[in-house]
Design a protein around this ligand. Structure first.
Ligand SMILES: Nc1ncnc2c1ncn2[C@@H]1O[C@H](COP(=O)(O)OP(=O)(O)O)[C@@H](O)[C@H]1O
Ligand SMILES: [Mg+2]
Length: 190
């Protein structure tokens, strides 16, 4: 079963905020709904949590479903679309694009923070903590992807963030095989 391809909401048309093109392509073709990562994100969307930390190994579809969630968030109940933003952990860690990354993920109502896994990157760590605390305190929605297991994620973002996540956020680890590898081997994804 697939999630039927839906046109991008108008606010996103032609402006995908730097989202990975492979993810956009997969979204355009219709996501495979059987994937656990898709089911996890949809369950979170149906609830009233504000933050989702989506953990898992590389290639299971985290970035793709995070972008899908952002692009479809505003229309989930047929209401108006919301300002969305996308930045990677690497964007956030670097000095030069930090102002750009900040514009993308500081005040927008829905932000995807992708591939946040810069253990040992103190700059990334401090900024990610600031962003998460700010967004949480402002009641903004955030989906973050990471390959850090929960205990590593906890020490990466610090107690201040984790304490806030107890209230209306969730950390979810999803296991699975890399979809990229399946494609390379020529096996069918579906
Ligand atoms: N739900 C999905 N349905 C179909 N294809 C997908 C899905 N999620 C990901 N893919 C494909 O698998 C590739 C890897 O997914 P990606 O989201 O980049 O994984 P991760 O962020 O976990 O490393 C994508 O480029 C896309 O081609
Ligand atoms: Mg990714």
């Amino acid at each position: 079963m697939t999630i039927h391809p839906t046109p991008f909401p108008s606010h996103a048309a032609g402006d995908h905020k730097g989202m990975p093109y492979r993810s956009l392509e997969a979204i355009r073709n219709g996501l495979d709904e059987r994937l656990k990562v898709v089911r996890t994100a949809k369950a979170w969307m149906a609830g009233d949590g504000r933050t989702l930390i989506l953990g898992g190994p590389y290639g299971i579809g985290k970035s793709t479903v995070a972008c899908w969630t952002a692009l479809h968030w505003g229309t989930r109940d047929g209401s108006v679309s919301l300002p969305i933003g996308y930045a990677t952990g690497a964007d956030i860690g670097m000095v030069a694009p930090w102002e750009v990354a900040k514009m993308r993920c500081w005040t927008c109502e829905f932000a995807v923070l992708d591939d946040v896994e810069g253990v040992g990157d103190r700059r990334q760590q401090v900024k990610v903590e600031q962003i998460l605390v700010h967004r949480h305190d402002q009641g903004l929605w955030t989906v973050m992807t990471t390959n850090l297991r929960e205990h590593k994620f906890t020490s990466f973002v610090g107690e201040r963030v984790v304490d806030r996540l107890w209230l209306d956020g969730a950390y979810q680890w999803v296991d699975g095989e890399s979809l990229r590898r399946k494609r390379v081997d020529g096996e069918s994804l579906r």
